[in-house]
Ligand binder design. Structure first.
Ligand SMILES: [Zn+2]
Length: 465
């Protein structure tokens, strides 16, 4: 079975990998995958198209190779989507999926796609929350009708600060795939609304949305959005090079830029200063992240493509050698078992913990001691089992059984929790249901409240059972 049309997936990470794979499975004949980054070890718990052997290779190229198949065109673009390449990338696509992470990227994908008349499906996930909004060609309403231009707000939340649970990011990616398929079938349909999953609170709701007459993106008589100009300006040739002794994070990815900056500043003598060079992603999070740790950003200035900071070491918040509490690690004290001089290896290993506040090292260890049994066959059971295995469970046993999926979670010994799906189905909506089942299991395994009252309906909306 083949689905006519081409989908542009911008961002090939925790949202984009399950989305692109479900689009391929559904038979979409054309995929364009855009991402500037390479696969990092810390991506593997959530990004379903990548394996340990892919670390260091461009995400877009690895994903395109995995999804290639007879009768399907899959193109990889190892680039950041911005005003300089948008026209070429948007030219032959029917739907855009915004699976990016970070406010500036979301503004750019959204504004340029709406301006080009392409329908957009936005997916976002942070912490315990997932959101999906589908936007008709030309908007009205669009993402900016609801939230304004994201990068102009003062919260620059990305996974560097909060991380995301594997189940909810998978569910949001699958819901985005379902929305993109619906959009291919009915290009001009009105939006299905803003789907909000808040699994920390056991809440799910689909909000109806209306156009803002003064929307900065889709409102009448709108001038070209400011971010397009800014993106173009950032493309000026830059010959600036960090001096010896400066920390160069221009090409570092989330969450490593903040982790590395924290460690480098914590290694200074108290009161000493370090020069840190940041790329766009680091510039959005590192200054505030360092400040929240008690360090002082004493100077900050753009230089070429980079933002250059002078950071003076403050007292910090964690005492050296104190080890890590839930949800945080003291990047200045690697702790026992971390040999000196192993570069960033230990940081990359611990990045799995630091991106999950409320889970932390203890929670991660508990996942590593937890065994699950997933009963059932089909897409929901498969997605549930895959999410648990990637998320770090010690073992995931499959039991073939027709019909719905359910999952039994336990350590060795008594069953700790049991969850069941009332209804599974097939395709991306079924995978979203399976991912939410996995989320409940992962929460229960570390003593967090878990619910299976959240339902994914057949029209792609979400709500309470
Ligand atoms: Zn709008």
């Amino acid at each position: 079975m083949s689905v006519r049309g081409t989908v542009l997936v911008v961002g090939v990470g925790g949202l984009g990998t399950p989305c692109a794979r479900s689009l391929a499975d559904a038979g979409v004949e054309g995929l364009v995958l855009v991402d500037p980054d390479v696969v990092d070890v810390s991506n593997l718990p959530r990004q379903v198209l990548f394996e340990p052997g892919d670390v260091g290779r461009p995400k877009a190229e690895v994903a395109a190779a995995r999804l290639a198949g007879p009768g399907r065109r899959v193109r990889a673009e190892v680039a950041r989507f911005d005003a300089s390449n948008a026209a070429g990338l948007l030219a032959d696509v029917d739907v855009v999926v915004d699976a990016t992470d970070g406010a500036a990227s979301k503004d750019a994908v959204h504004g340029l796609s709406v301006a080009a008349g392409r329908p957009v499906v936005h997916a976002a996930a942070l912490g315990s929350e997932g959101r999906v909004l589908d936007v008709a060609p030309g908007g009205r309403p669009c993402l900016a009708c609801l939230f304004g231009l994201l990068a102009t707000g003062d919260d620059a939340d990305t996974c560097a600060r909060f991380g995301v649970f594997p189940g909810v990011v998978r569910a949001a990616g699958e819901l985005a795939a379902a929305a993109a398929l619906a959009r291919l079938a009915r290009p001009d349909a009105p939006t299905s609304g803003l789907r909000v999953l808040d699994l920390g609170a056991g809440r799910a709701v689909t909000l109806s949305v209306t156009a803002d007459p003064a929307c900065p993106v889709c409102g009448p008589g709108v001038a070209r959005p400011a971010f397009a100009v800014r993106d173009a300006a950032r493309r000026e040739p830059a010959s600036a090079v960090p001096p010896a002794g400066a920390l160069d994070l221009r090409d570092e990815a989330c969450p490593m830029n903040l982790l590395r900056a924290r460690r480098a500043v914590a290694a200074l003598a108290p009161g000493a200063t370090l020069e840190v060079w940041l790329g766009e992603e680091g510039a959005a999070t590192v200054p505030s992240g360092l400040a929240s740790l008690g360090h002082a950003v004493v100077a900050s200035a753009p230089r070429g493509d980079a933002l250059v900071l002078a950071v003076r070491r403050g007292p910090g918040l964690a005492s050296p050698g104190a080890g890590s509490g839930p949800g945080s690690i003291d990047a200045g004290s690697p702790g026992a078992g971390s040999p000196a001089g192993d570069g960033d290896a230990w940081l990359r290993r611990f990045a799995r913990q630091i991106v999950l506040p409320g889970v932390g090292e203890d929670g991660q260890r508990r996942w590593g001691e937890t065994h699950a049994t997933v009963a059932g066959t089909g897409d929901a059971a498969d997605a549930c089992a895959e999410t648990l295995a990637r998320g770090g469970f010690a073992s995931v046993r499959r039991v073939a059984r027709d019909g719905d999926a359910d999952v039994v979670v336990g350590t060795r010994g008594p069953v700790a929790a049991r969850f069941a799906l009332a209804r599974a189905g097939a395709g991306p909506l079924a995978r979203a249901r399976g991912a939410l089942l996995a989320d409940a299991a992962m929460r229960a395994a570390i003593g967090l409240p878990a619910t299976t009252d959240v339902v994914v309906r057949d029209d792609g909306t979400v709500g309470r059972a």
